[in-house]
Design a protein around this ligand. Structure first.
Ligand code: SF4
Length: 274
């Protein structure tokens, strides 16, 4: 599967930015949730930093595919820091919905994980007034008497989002729902389930901090599919495949092709008879 559209696009923009030279290139936090890809970018000169304070005038700040709080962008502009914006257009849609809702004084509700950078970036478009909900229990406590609109973290579980929305609909009379769940993660989940019917075991490849990879693996476990979660080929233990005739591979949206190639190469060295 490899990179999704948004990560592929972001990596190509970053690649161009680094190759063009002229200024140092920084990111606040990791540019994507994949340690191996980040390490390669670091070798090429990209520097992950903790805050904007570590970046100087004339340097370049890469805005990652998850997007960023608009306050950081404003501050970067004031400090004459170049911006290389790789925000995925699908995340950008959530930004637009939220900004419009906030501008017309509707209550903004975001279904997602409050600690995820994408959700923090979306919430920043609501001028500090967004409600972030991550469970049906939290949805059951919502008290909103004005018009409200909902957006959903792009990589969120559809089943969980729908259960939360059902509760919100009962509690808010004027509620607009924007389905901002990304197709890339949904299609990957569907493809993985299809693949599981043809194989004895699934290897889910991706960064441990990648929420969509973790969800993909968790889905396999919840559905009773024999699966292992790996970041690199080096983690593979041949003992896992005892009794397996066919093994399927799937990946999170930020897993580079070369990591998948290494896994394939490693698998090809394992003797099926042992
Ligand atoms: S998962 Fe979807 S929203 Fe996220 S970067 Fe990829 S294409 Fe964009």
């Amino acid at each position: 599967m490899g990179y999704c559209f948004g990560v592929k696009r972001a990596m190509s923009i970053i690649d161009e930015g680094i190759s063009s030279g002229g200024s140092r290139v920084y990111t606040i936090g990791d540019v994507i949730h994949n340690r191996q890809a980040v390490e390669r970018l670091k070798i090429r000169g990209m520097v992950p930093v903790g805050s904007l304070d570590e970046i100087s005038e004339g340097d370049t700040l890469v805005v990652r595919a998850h997007g960023v709080d608009p306050k950081i962008l404003e501050m970067a502009k004031l400090r004459k820091i170049r911006i290389l914006d790789t925000t995925c257009p699908f995340v950008g849609k959530s930004h637009d919905h939220v900004k419009k809702l906030a501008d017309e004084s509707s209550q903004v509700i975001i279904i997602g994980d409050a600690s995820h950078p994408e959700v923090r970036g979306i919430a920043g478009r609501a001028y500090g007034g967004a409600l972030i909900i991550d469970s049906t229990e939290e949805a059951g406590l919502v008290e909103v008497s004005r018009k409200a609109g909902v957006v959903i973290q792009t990589t969120y579980s559809r089943d969980k989002a729908m259960a939360i929305i059902e509760i919100l609909k009962k509690r808010i009379s004027d509620l607009t729902v924007f389905d901002t769940i990304c197709q890339a993660t949904m299609l990957r989940r569907e493809a993985t389930l299809e693949l599981a019917r043809e194989v004895d075991m699934i290897l889910v490849i991706g960064g441990r901090e990648s929420s969509n990879t973790r969800r993909l693996y968790q889905m396999c476990i919840d559905k009773g599919i024999k699966a292992r979660f790996i970041e690199t080929a080096g983690e593979i233990d041949p003992c896992w495949f005892k009794g397996c005739v066919r093994v399927g591979l799937t990946t999170g949206t930020s897993t580079p092709d070369w990591v998948i190639e290494e896994v394939l190469a490693r698998l090809s060295t394992i003797d099926p008879g042992t």
